[in-house]
Design a protein around this ligand. Structure first.
Ligand SMILES: [Zn+2]
Length: 583
């Protein structure tokens, strides 16, 4: 392609509302433009990258035995009501009515459509297993679309669905997809980690996420420094503390003999509504405080108890409750629904209809401090087992932190941020049971089809590649995703230079390479800046002086390395350099 006829609207300045490198650079490199918040057009250069991701995904899916289909983006509400997700998906789903008042949505995912496709046709165990996939635009009404293609309202996704006779078949299909995903991200040139994940609204028994490690990642991941344990912090568990930290430390703070006897006491703590305030006022360690977190779960008041130095993990809490919607209680709701006051809520003598769930660390506390359900007062000497009635369960509710013990080996966990680019789920029979997608087994008995579902965020892969591969001058595409492999920059006005550039351009194209020729009437500085910004792996510069010596100048974008090559062997040299770049 020649840049004189290209649409490449590059920007010198960093757009004000773009917070992370991929968003900034994809806008600056003229790859994407926003129609409105979270809705993008993919311009020529950007769409080439997306098609490269799609092609790698397609090849690996085909190789794994999956069959490509294309399902409708517009789906009827009926199938979602059958599966029970019409309510469950909440405001994330874009809904509308047609002229006959029939309800529809724009598909955020396609499990229901798949179940509908197979339920009338699959009759016998002989019809199974198989795997259907599509590459398609999905729509989700994100509450805060941001970070460019990273969290958009409309995005391109590859979604695959396996259909099996039993759990054993699902395990095999799942492993097959897992292996295909590893190959996809390797071929894209991305450094990814696989972590155990929460199944969330998808349901099912097992789930893994494929994560690109990057500082801008929205997910926190826990890794063991000693073994292969890796999990999304949403679901990561901490092992038991065997050392002298944590539990035993809190016991050491006490005089054991005095513990049992000491009775609850109310102390005046004016305006102390945070853990820090309390630490300063009554000189007690956060490890001895019970944080009482008031929530509303599906319109019922609930509280979570967490040690003062821990953070509540809302995903674990919601999963434990089995709630669809979980939100922090509003301060206005405290008096009526919790019989308390914001900032001073505590678990002692709460109204009986409130469900209390405690983190397992609360179990070990004695002589603890907590809110007195009265403005400006706290309780001291609280012993959870003695003083808090009706704790429904002690379970792990806290978010793991760096340094927590690994649940597998006891080693220390570290926390890194990552970008989710793939997610695979063992769905089991959740959708086939509710939607009656069944088959007859060898004994003529009706069985629900066992399903798995597997997603790759195609547009997000492109953004994640930029997050992982850029420098202060622009994008540094891994060769497999680069929109073009080579860019030729003729400099100056000499007709010899233009002619040499044109010849090389034709030669490289004939050799099957993807080449850009910057034949624009622009200054050298502009051409250099744009070439680096758009991140083409090899740059060939042709100027009058080097041409006199029958030489071209090469720059490798990734290493910044520059050297000359002979004009006569240029095409072969360039092919060789690209082959090396792949490795
Ligand atoms: Zn470990």
């Amino acid at each position: 392609m020649k840049l004189s006829n290209y649409y490449l609207p590059t920007l010198r300045e960093v757009p004000a509302d773009a917070e992370i490198p991929s968003h900034q650079l994809m806008l600056r490199a003229g790859m994407i433009r926003s129609l409105s918040a979270g809705i993008y057009s993919y311009l020529p250069l950007g769409y080439r990258v997306i098609r490269k991701v799609e092609q790698i995904v397609r090849e690996e899916m085909d190789r794994s035995g999956a069959l490509e289909v294309l399902m409708p983006a517009m789906q009827i509400a009926d199938i979602w009501k059958e599966s029970g997700r019409w309510e469950e998906f909440g405001p994330l789903m874009v809904r509308f009515k047609d002229r006959n008042e029939r309800e529809y949505c724009l598909g955020p995912t396609h499990e229901e459509v798949i179940a509908d496709i197979v339920r009338d046709e699959v009759r016998s165990y002989k019809d199974l297993p198989f795997n259907l996939y599509q590459i398609q635009t999905k729509v989700r009404d994100e509450i805060r679309p941001r970070f460019g293609l990273m969290r958009a309202k409309e995005f391109i996704m590859k979604d695959a669905y396996t259909l099996d006779r039993d759990e054993e078949g699902l395990d095999k299909a799942y492993q097959n997809m897992y292996d295909a995903y590893v190959r996809v991200f390797e071929r894209c040139g991305l450094d990814t980690r696989v972590v155990e994940a929460d199944s969330g609204a998808m349901g099912g028994s097992g789930s893994h996420e494929f994560m690109v490690l990057a500082d801008s990642g929205e997910d926190d991941l826990a890794f063991c420094t000693d073994c292969d344990y890796a999990a999304n912090v949403e679901r990561a568990e901490a092992g038991l503390e065997i050392s002298s930290s944590g539990a035993s430390a809190s016991a050491a703070d006490n005089d054991p003999a005095a513990d049992e006897a000491a009775a609850i006491e109310k102390v005046h703590t004016p305006d102390a509504t945070t853990i820090e305030d309390l630490v300063n006022m009554i000189e007690v360690s956060p490890k001895k405080m019970i944080k009482t977190m008031a929530y509303v779960a599906d319109d019922k008041p609930v509280v979570a108890l967490i040690r003062g130095d821990d953070q509540l993990n809302e995903v674990k809490f919601r999963n434990h409750l089995g709630a669809i919607e979980l939100r922090p209680a509003h301060p206005d709701e405290f008096p009526e629904r919790f019989g308390s006051v914001a900032g001073f809520i505590g678990p002692v003598d709460l109204p009986e209809d409130i469900k209390i769930v405690a983190d397992s660390r609360i179990q070990e506390l004695e002589q603890a401090v907590t809110g007195a359900n009265q403005k400006d007062y706290h309780l001291v000497n609280v012993n959870p087992h003695r003083d808090i009635k009706e704790i429904e369960a002690f379970t792990e509710l806290r978010t793991v932190q760096a340094g927590d013990p690994c649940p597998k080996c006891g080693g220390a966990l570290e926390i890194k941020s990552g970008i989710e680019v793939g997610h695979i789920f063992k769905l089991g029979t959740k959708y086939s049971s509710s939607m009656e997608a069944t088959y007859l087994d060898e004994n003529g008995r009706e069985q629900p089809i066992v399903m798995g579902s597997y997603g790759i965020g195609v547009t997000r892969v492109a953004a994640a590649a930029v997050e992982q591969h850029h420098d202060e001058r622009g994008i540094v595409w891994p060769l497999p995703l680069a929109p073009y492999q080579v860019i030729i920059l003729p400099l100056g006005n000499s007709s010899e230079v233009s002619q040499a550039a044109e010849e090389l351009y034709q030669e490289l194209q004939d050799a099957g390479l993807e080449v850009l020729l910057d034949d624009r009437d622009e200054r050298a500085g502009v051409k250099f800046n744009d070439a680096e910004l758009i991140g083409i792996p090899l740059r060939i510069t042709i100027g009058s002086r080097s041409l006199e010596k029958e030489e071209f100048e090469v720059q490798i974008r990734r290493s910044g390395e520059e050297f000359n090559i002979d004009r006569s062997t240029a095409s072969a040299e360039i092919k060789k350099l690209l082959e090396e770049e792949i490795e």
